[in-house]
Write a protein that binds this ligand. Structure first.
Ligand code: PLP
Length: 402
């Protein structure tokens, strides 16, 4: 599979690139790059607007991809798939429109302690705007969501629960189906942040029964700038439009505008058509490789990686739950994560360091930041061996034994 990714032909500082930052963005297979290039070379035109052949063709590809995504995440209808820029925009779309329509003074929005800023700040803004309160599901010492607390925190005041499917710091896979059940018992809708789940584990929105599901194309081997909001049609129909402009209207006069049907009501302006084409190619690619082999490969790397890192004295790993994706957060004692990251960069190894857009979780873990390695389907055990050697070198360098 590694050969499918042209970027690995590159050398960084004369060394073969080792890329351990797929949670940030995955590398792109040739299929995706070619699909985007081919769209611009042979089919470029705007969608839903032109009567001419090229525009009809672009529209067909665009809508066929919507259907492909529906199938990929097992949504009921294609009109429940809204194209957005990414997870962040999908959450902002729901927070803004849901907040405007349903949240009032004294209401509560429930999120968790392990959320990415993208699933904190939009809700905080809604709460500030509407006079509502943000409530937090705590993380246990084993770095899982505290379900008993979650149950208690869902009350008559709760308007919506927004949780991440997979933590981008810990890799923990959260029991979102169970939480959705708890919330639905009290008639509370649930939004799931699927940024770290799609492309790594099988996602079936009908089985999860969540009301909204958000994800980004670029974290599942597609291009940047494109993402998806799934929403149950009953909910999407109730929400007001997010942005105004072309495409989202049926009729405009200076006195009044009537809005378009789903999903176009939420797709104002020209979308990232090439991005949609790339996302379609990414889905084809992930489907070809297969959800099970992908998960198996990541699990194997996770086990191997955790063992390798644990064997280095002075390394502390955060989050060792059994139900995890291929993400490992760690620190090298007495060394700032940025120093570790810079050292590894010198060895041609790309890892992510810092707070990972999860400052409240960092506070819970009692650190300023962590080093994070995250796997894609192109990573190998040999790369983990090289990481271990480089980390030992880093430890000797920073701890002064060299
Ligand atoms: N949610 C989680 C869990 C993430 O890991 C990320 C990105 O790292 C996001 C949301 C935001 O995704 P994007 O920047 O693609 O909108």
């Amino acid at each position: 599979m590694r050969e499918d990714f042209p970027i690995f032909e590159r050398k960084i500082g004369g060394k073969k690139l080792i890329y351990f930052d797929s949670a940030s963005t995955t590398q792109k297979p040739k299929e995706v790059i070619d699909a985007v290039a081919s769209f611009y070379k042979t089919a470029n035109s705007n969608v839903h607007r032109g009567l001419y052949f090229l525009s009809r063709e672009a529209t067909e590809i665009f809508e066929a991809t919507r259907e492909k995504i529906r199938k990929f995440i097992s949504a009921e209808e294609a009109r429940e798939i809204v194209f957005v820029r990414g997870t962040t925009e999908a959450i902002n779309l729901v927070a803004t429109t849901f907040g405007k329509k349903f949240v009032k003074r004294g209401d509560e929005i429930l999120i968790s302690e392990m959320e990415h800023h993208s699933n904190i700040v939009p809700w905080q803004m809604v709460c500030q705007d509407r006079g509502a309160k943000l409530k937090i599901i705590p993380v246990t010492d084993s770095r899982e969501l505290n379900l008993q607390e979650a149950e208690k925190l869902i009350t008559k005041k709760t308007k919506l629960v927004a949780i991440t499917h997979v933590s981008n710091v810990l890799g923990t896979i959260n029991p979102v189906k169970e939480i959705t059940k708890l919330a639905h018992k009290k008639r509370v809708p649930v939004l799931v942040d699927g940024a770290q789940a799609v492309g790594h584990i099988k996602v079936d929105v009908r089985d999860l029964d969540c009301d909204f599901y958000a994800f980004s194309g670029h974290k599942m081997y597609g291009s940047t700038g494109i993402g998806v909001l799934f929403g149950k049609k009953e909910w999407l129909e109730k929400l007001p439009p997010y942005q105004g402009g072309g495409e989202m209207i049926k009729q405009v006069t200076f006195e009044k505008t009537t809005y378009n049907d789903l999903p176009y009501k939420f797709e104002a302006g020209t979308p990232d058509i090439a991005g949609v084409v790339g996302l379609g190619a990414a889905i084809d690619y992930v489907t070809k490789v297969g959800a099970d082999p992908i998960q198996r490969h990541e699990k194997e790397l996770l086990k191997y990686g955790q063992e390798a890192l644990s064997s280095i004295g002075g390394v502390k790993i955060f989050g060792r739950t059994r139900n995890k994706t291929g993400i490992i957060s760690f620190i090298l004692e007495r060394v700032h994560p940025h120093d570790v990251g810079t050292f590894l960069d010198g060895e041609g190894i790309a890892i992510r360091t810092g707070h990972h857009c999860c400052q409240p979780l960092m506070e819970r873990l009692g650190v300023v930041g962590t080093c994070r390695i995250s796997f894609g389907i192109y990573n190998t055990k040999q790369e983990i061996d090289k990481l271990k050697t480089a980390l030992l070198k880093a430890r000797d360098f920073f701890h002064g034994t060299n």
